[in-house]
Design a protein around this ligand. Sequence first.
Ligand code: SF4
Length: 367
Amino acid sequence: MASLYVHVPFCPTLCPYCDFHVVRRGPGWVEAYLRRLGEEAQALHARFPEALDTLYLGGGTPSYLRDRELVALFQSLPWRLAEGAEVTLEANPGTLSPGRLRLLKDLGVNRLSLGVQSFQEPVLRFLGRAHGRKGALRAVEMALEAGFRVSLDLILGLPMQDVEEDLKKAASLGVGHVSAYTLQVEKGTPFALLGLKEDPEREAWAMERAEALLGEAGLFRYEVSNFAREGEEARHNLVYWRAGFWLALGPAATGQYPGRGAFYALRRTSPPLPRWLLGEPPKEEALSPLEHAKEALMLGLRLREGVDVAGLEAKTGLSLWPLLQEKVRELAAEGLLAVEGKRLKPTPKAFPLLHRVVLALWEALEG
Ligand code: SF4
């Protein structure tokens, strides 16, 4: 348990496509949040005191907290950081300044995930973002100058967007990591209520262009939506994709813990802010070894490195290969999987078809 996710649910404005657990700050809310977070952190640390290898503050917009609130947040986390730990903070461009970056450095943050989304004004306006092109470029420049590892978030495939222009700009800035997503119109969001539709063809083309243009700049597609220079991969997120265990704090945060008895893992999801503040405990979902194996296949196949079925068999005590091998052979013959021993790797052709590949393997597991 060497990884911790902390959810900071506050944002200055709410983007019309967002379905994360976010709120605007009301009087006293951040103080109440920090108090409860401190209590939760103490209780979790008593059970899992190991030094952290990765710490990720996500949201919401953690960088929207004021300086003294950020200091209080870090002070409320009792864990030691392991040597070389990765400490990531999600930030919006408008919330960074040289002084703010110095503070983040002092607090131990060494990686910033910047919610840039696009460098084009019409796209940023469409997405309801609070920053413009200049602000985005300035934030990236300042963060790199201050010595942070920088990851950019981009949204690709929007109707008014020059996708290649955004990708070339991102590739030219010298960042080590780019997360490139296509717009998901999630139920209940203002975009969904406006009847906006996704455009799968355009989106598939945009991801192909991302692979090509970011790849030319040395940012390789190591995960379906993530591109990095060698050694710049997001270590924290790799814990999720490799189906590991991690601790979680904060409202609506999900952690995955070792299971008990017949269960391989226990997933715990905290309630939203108002109920979390009242101390309502997380919802628990126990995962059997087979459920874990299915998830590990689904997540592992998002990675270029793929998933090692032998390792999964050792972890779960299940004999998976005999159930999978015929389907694996078929998918390999279709050019969707590369097979090395018992390691299954998605081919570039498989990335847009992962859903089908995963379902086929799940069916094989269920007999
Ligand atoms: S800044 Fe990010 S978390 Fe906040 S509302 Fe916008 S998309 Fe959601």
